[in-house]
Design a protein around this ligand. Structure first.
Ligand code: F6P
Length: 342
């Protein structure tokens, strides 16, 4: 048996730990061979691969990024994409594929498996934690730790200058990173994409914080929007790589807060710092377990499935369950955390 492995979409701390778990168990327990496809779906599309064996995965557990490279290539947009992938898999004698990725990567894995008979197993990955059917994705814990440490640091400089500090964190569609790091870091306002915010209310919270002689920290997800839908925040057109550029809410917010409260404000955009570097212990643990269970699913011939965390158990669910809709922050959780605002 030869198993192909690929990592697609935005990278994420823990990808290498998954690859290592798959290869170690696959070689040592089942005697499988592995082919690593480079740069997500581009690899099988173009037949670009490397050998994956025990020496190739040695020492990669704590390393961020992915030794296989990643891309947002969508084979459905390529001419004869599915046919080319099937031909390349046959040419390289790959019997099954493990796709490690988020919504887009897994969405294509589901299509390939369900509609075209290519045996695929999925592993959920995103720092945003917004994939349904799993309690957590690896990479999220690392991102939250990085954002929390940044918030801790920003508190002290905010206090020294009695300024408002706005921290923009990742999260295009969901506020998981914002709500977890904001709560852990003692932020005074947390703004998430799921709950369009009232700017007057934000300014009232900021002012009340100053009245209590504290400098406020405002954590905002990159995808958060004000209730006033007319405000143009950012350029949402596609860039040359077909990706929506989402940036600007943090800067915009700081300017508006300054204008409306008369208090000095600054913005820190954490950006890709949240995705780079070594995974936390929790993410290494989760990613490794996902890898071990993914290769077990291949061994069982349980294709079209994704491994997922439920409580402390790793279970298998149809890949399509994870990609059908995003997992967003429950309004009740937002309300619960809101007790600290202001
Ligand atoms: O991985 C998800 C994500 O981190 C989003 O939160 C963010 O908007 C996006 O990736 C950034 O992607 P890119 O690295 O392609 O700019």
């Amino acid at each position: 048996m030869r198993v192909g492995v690929l990592t697609g979409g935005g990278d994420c701390p823990g990808l290498n730990a998954v690859i290592r778990g798959i290869v170690r168990k696959g070689v040592q327990e089942y005697g499988y061979d592995f082919t690593g496809f480079r740069d997500g779906w581009r690899g099988p599309l173009e037949g670009d691969s490397i050998q994956l064996d025990i020496p190739a995965v040695r020492g990669i557990l704590p390393r961020g990024g992915t030794i296989l490279g990643s891309s947002r290539t969508n084979p459905l947009k390529a001419e004869n994409g599915v046919r080319r992938i099937k031909e390349n898999l046959a040419k390289q004698e790959v019997d099954a594929l493990i796709a490690i990725g988020g919504e887009d990567t897994l969405g294509f894995a589901a299509t390939l498996s369900d509609d075209h008979g290519v045996p695929c197993v999925g592993v959920p990955k995103t720092i945003d934690n917004d994939l349904s059917a799993t309690d957590y994705t690896f990479g999220f814990d690392t991102a939250v730790n990085i954002a929390t440490e940044a918030i801790d640091r920003l508190h002290t400089t905010a206090e020294s200058h009695m300024r408002v500090l706005v921290v923009e964190v990742m999260g295009r569609h969901s506020g998981w990173i914002a709500i977890h790091s904001g709560l852990a870091g003692g932020a005074n306002v947390i703004l998430i994409p799921e709950q369009p915010f009232d700017l007057d209310q934000v300014c009232a919270w900021v002012t009340s914080r100053f009245r209590a002689s504290y400098a406020p920290i405002v954590v905002v997800s990159e995808g958060a929007k004000p209730q006033d839908g007319d405000v143009v925040l950012k350029d949402e057109s596609l860039d040359d790589f077909g990706h929506v550029r989402l940036s600007g809410i943090g800067e915009w917010l700081a300017k508006e807060i300054e204008k409306r409260t008369g208090k000095e404000a600054r913005t820190t955009v954490l950006g890709h710092i949240q995705r780079g570097g070594t995974p936390s212990a929790f993410d290494r643990w989760l990613a490794t377990r996902f890898g071990l269970h993914a290769i077990e699913a291949v061994r069982d011939g349980d294709f079209g499935k994704m491994v997922a965390l439920r409580g402390t158990d790793i279970v298998r669910v149809p890949i399509a369950d994870a990609t059908a809709r995003l997992k967003t922050v429950d309004p009740k959780l937002y309300e619960e955390v809101g007790v600290f605002f202001g």
